[in-house]
Design a protein around this ligand. Structure first.
Ligand SMILES: *[C@@H]1O[C@H](CO)[C@@H](O)[C@H](O)[C@H]1NC(C)=O
Length: 524
């Protein structure tokens, strides 16, 4: 009992102290605020305890900018002239909230350059709070993996991965099929003029790393991650075994054989010279003796000498033959080796050719990919701005005019035929359908979107936009993800985002001002 009353007493004293003796404080969020480029956001900042600050000077600045003012409120007015030009028309306060001490800043159409540290400041109170803003890009591209070549030293295949349109700076990882990190070269980062980052990295994949390689690009701060897988065919690794080694060995062998051949040649010539000299000597002697003396005159000694000489000549000839044989054998060996080397060379050239072909195919694939992306972008552009540049085909025009004549009221004011098929639960798109059997010209029509009866955004259909009979229309805020099969696809950059649990209301307003509610529900 005593403890409890002491507790409430101390609590009461604390409260009194806080209100009467402690200075009021400006409070901002503890965490950085994360926003996606293109959306409208609020940077929270409020005075505790709350009091009316409408008559005070209120400052929102970015100390790193010049001029540093993001928003300046003085004598009950928004001083636009003081603002940094990049914030003109984009920053405001919630004026109704000022009487509660809430000086949160509203920032429209956030861009990457808005990222930084914001200071919310009330000079009169000598109070400040800092709010960090991180702006995520809405244009990240999936990584693209390309084959760069063969690394003969490591007998591996070199792959490159590249991904564009990131903000803030992401990290790039290479993973094998089991999800193990591969050690790769350094990640190269390029920052474009639009403050978006392009990252790329190379890795040498060896055969022991299984052949399913993943390149993952991720940004944890904005919890975004994109990855691409690539299968490296076994043939690629086999190509790497066609290394320079066999050619080097072949050359060495042929060099050795040539040297042996030359030595044998030299030996042979030397030997022949010697034999010739000896033979000439022998022959001369023989001639001399046969000429000078008749057969019968031959002495014992002479006959002995003749025999010796004959033996000499036979030996000479034998040697000669052996050398010739050896030379021929060396020749044959050299020819064999030559044939082997040229075979090896041919094999390698073939393989090299295959690598080149694969690379070529890869390039073609990439080009086709790019073409496809371009076409995709063109198509979505065409859908975004239908019929402004190109007139609609003759046939649809006439059929439309016919309908217009037969039932013009239907096109100008009746809204009942457009229905909401789906409202995506995380706020990324609205899916509409023309359920009638007639084309609807939506020139000047508007779609109003309200979240929790508060924030609202209006989309105005472009001139000549026709939603054909029975066709669907996707309205989305994200230029990257296309979540659904749809007939028409429009980008709504300023679409307000809702989440699960929000009340979403969608109204369609015709060009004559007739308003019809298409959808009103809590998102589950
Ligand atoms: C301040 O006003 C904004 C805008 O109405 C609101 O989102 C925010 O919750 C308010 N902050 C406080 C502390 O009331």
């Amino acid at each position: 009992m005593a403890g409890l009353s002491f507790y409430s007493l101390s609590n009461c004293i604390l409260h009194v102290l806080l209100v009467h003796y402690c200075q009021s404080r400006l409070i901002g969020p503890n965490q950085p605020i994360t926003a996606t480029a293109g959306e409208d956001i609020t940077l929270p900042c409020h005075l505790v305890p709350g009091e009316n600050v409408a008559a005070m000077t209120l400052e929102w600045t970015r100390p790193d900018l010049d001029p540093r003012f993001v928003f300046l409120w003085r004598a009950g007015q928004d001083l636009i002239n003081m603002k940094n030009p990049s914030y003109i028309g984009r920053s405001s306060l919630f004026t109704d909230e000022l009487k509660h001490g809430n000086i949160s800043l509203k920032l429209c159409k956030v861009k990457p350059a808005d990222e930084g540290r914001y200071r919310c400041h009330i000079p009169e109170k000598n109070e400040e709070a800092f709010i960090d803003l991180v702006v995520a890009s809405s244009a990240v591209s999936s990584p693209v993996i390309s084959l760069e070549g063969i690394d003969r030293d490591k007998t591996g295949v070199v792959l490159e991965c590249k991904s564009e349109g990131w903000h803030p700076k992401p990290e790039l990882l290479w993973l094998d099929a089991e999800g193990n990190l591969l050690s790769a070269g350094p990640t190269e980062t390029l920052r474009g003029p639009d403050d978006l980052y392009t990252v790329s990295s190379r890795v040498t994949v060896e055969k022991r790393h299984s052949n399913n390689i993943t390149c993952r690009v991720q940004q944890k701060q904005i919890s975004k991650s994109r990855e691409t897988h690539r299968h490296v065919p076994d043939e690629f690794f086999e190509l790497t075994s066609c290394s320079a080694a066999p050619i080097v060995i072949g050359l060495a062998v042929s060099l050795a054989v040539s040297i042996i051949l030359i030595l044998i040649g030299v030996f042979f010539i030397w030997r022949q010279n010697k034999t010739n000299v000896r033979r000439a000597h022998c022959d001369a002697r023989k001639e001399q003796e046969t000429a000078n003396r008749p057969e019968s005159d031959k002495t014992e000694r002479d006959q002995e000498q003749d025999k010796l000489m004959l033996q000499d000549i036979v030996a000479c000839e034998k040697n000669h033959h052996a050398a010739e044989e050896k030379l021929k054998e060396a020749h044959r060996q050299l020819e064999k080796k030559d044939a082997e080397i040229s075979n090896m060379k041919k094999e390698c050239e073939k393989n090299q050719h295959a690598v080149e072909k694969l690379k070529e195919a890869d390039e073609k694939l990439k080009a086709a990919h790019r073409q496809l992306e371009k076409k995709d972008a063109e198509i979505s552009n065409m859908k975004k701005e239908p019929d402004t540049s190109k007139p609609p085909p003759e046939k649809s025009q006439t059929s439309f005019e016919e309908q217009n004549k037969s039932d013009s009221a239907n096109h100008s004011s009746k809204t009942g035929d457009i229905t909401v098929v789906e409202v995506e639960k995380n706020g990324s798109y609205i899916f509409l359908k023309n359920t009638s059997s007639e084309n609807k010209l939506l020139s000047g029509w508007k779609l109003k979107l309200q979240i929790n009866n508060r924030e609202s955004a209006t989309y105005e259909f472009k001139e000549n936009f026709i939603l054909k009979a029975g066709k669907t229309l996707l309205l989305r805020q994200d230029a990257v993800n296309k979540p659904n099969e749809t007939d028409a696809d429009l980008l709504w950059m300023n679409m307000v985002i809702w989440n699960i649990g929000d009340d979403v209301k969608i109204d369609l307003i015709s060009n004559t001002g007739e308003e019809q509610m298409l959808f009103k529900n809590k998102i589950m």
